[in-house]
Unconditional design. Structure first.
Length: 359
């Protein structure tokens, strides 16, 4: 039986031509197309406490996407909440030196990643507030928040550590942030603990600590939690409980961050942030993390459990024999494990890391 060929209407012909062109172009280039995606937020690294003439260094974080990816930097001057940020003129390099105009402000950094398929800008968390008067509180280690970002769970905050005229008192103000930390209104809760509410679902929680003494006051901001979930369940998409790991799974020491870095003083505590994930890259909550210097040159903290971000924050005290040599580094062994597991048959993982020193 003879069939008469169908004729394409003009609109269908155009659509088909566009589709064919796209397929031909894709075949000709032979590459997958992917705009930059941020997989680890940028950070600002500096030697605490922050003050005029402190040099801030940029860590662009981690990115995926079609190579090559180029990066641009813009430093920002913000209020003590890390909001109402304005671009600092001519501050577009990978480092920035604090100036008198930054007093009373926090500083942030925009990192813009660009490739042939698009661009994306991500903002680093704020520094501590730059103090104005000598003797006013100055942040040495940032406040921290631990606990699971799950409705009904309790988050606990530390004040961090501060230098300045004694005594220093601390006020805690809990905040609910959007995913990019560009808006962090206060929740109205004070105190060093907070029970996560249903209204927090989809938000990220952090604490703002205001340190006060006779010379003035300064604010410090913790890192924010992961996005709050309604329930812990067997996994909330961004993290999994350590109890869900089975034979063949492995805890990975994904990152270890030191502050300050490099270490320049034996009298200043070292803040260490450890993040544990599984082999699929999901944060592992409720696991234990341990850290010890090799040889032992700092205090060794008791092992603590990871929070909903898969992180543990420790404060280490350098010993009198801690080396302060330019171009030198001190090595640490970090281990992530599940309590009660057999040493040989468990899901533990370890990693050697190091922090630079400067004489």
């Amino acid at each position: 039986m003879h069939r008469t060929p169908r004729k394409l209407v003009p609109g269908a012909a155009v659509a088909l031509a566009v589709l064919v062109a796209m397929l031909v172009a894709s075949s000709a280039t032979g590459r997958s197309q992917s705009a930059p995606t941020n997989t680890k937020e940028p950070q600002i690294i500096y030697v605490h406490p922050i003050k005029v003439d402190t040099v801030l260094n940029s860590d662009k974080g981690k990115w995926s996407g079609t190579a090559p990816i180029s990066f641009q930097y813009q430093w920002l001057r913000c209020n003590d909440n890390g909001e109402a940020c304005n671009k600092i003129t001519n501050a577009t390099g990978t480092t920035y030196t604090v100036v008198p105009a930054d007093e009373r402000h926090t500083l942030r950094l925009d990192v813009t990643a660009s490739n042939a398929d698009g661009k994306k800008t991500v903002r680093a968390n704020a520094t501590a507030q730059v103090p104005v008067k000598p003797g006013a509180p100055a942040e040495v280690t940032a406040p921290t928040v631990s606990g699971q970002a799950v409705v009904g769970q309790t988050l606990s905050a530390t004040s961090g550590s501060w230098k300045g005229t004694q005594p220093i008192s601390y006020t805690y103000k809990w905040q609910s942030c959007n995913s990019t930390l560009t808006s962090c209104p206060g929740i109205g809760a004070t105190g060093n603990t907070y029970v996560v509410r249903a209204a927090d679902v989809g938000k990220r929680i952090r604490v703002k600590v205001i340190a006060s003494n006779s010379a003035g006051q300064s604010a410090g901001l913790s890192d924010a939690t992961n996005v709050v979930q309604e329930s812990g369940g067997g996994g909330n998409g961004s993290s999994v409980p350590v109890s869900s790991l089975v034979a063949g799974d492995r805890i990975v020491v994904e990152s270890v961050g030191f502050s300050p870095n490099p270490v320049t003083s034996r009298s200043e505590p070292i803040r260490v942030t450890i993040k544990l994930t599984d082999q699929k890259g999901k944060a592992v909550r409720g696991a234990f993390a341990s850290i010890v210097s090799t040889p032992v040159l700092t205090s060794t903290p008791d092992a603590a459990q990871t929070d909903s971000n898969g992180t543990v924050v420790y404060t280490l005290t350098p010993r009198s024999n801690f080396p302060l040599k330019t171009g030198y580094s001190v090595q640490f062994y970090v281990k992530g494990y599940r309590q009660g597991d057999s040493t040989l048959a468990g899901v533990s993982g370890g990693r050697l890391v190091q922090v630079a020193t400067h004489g």
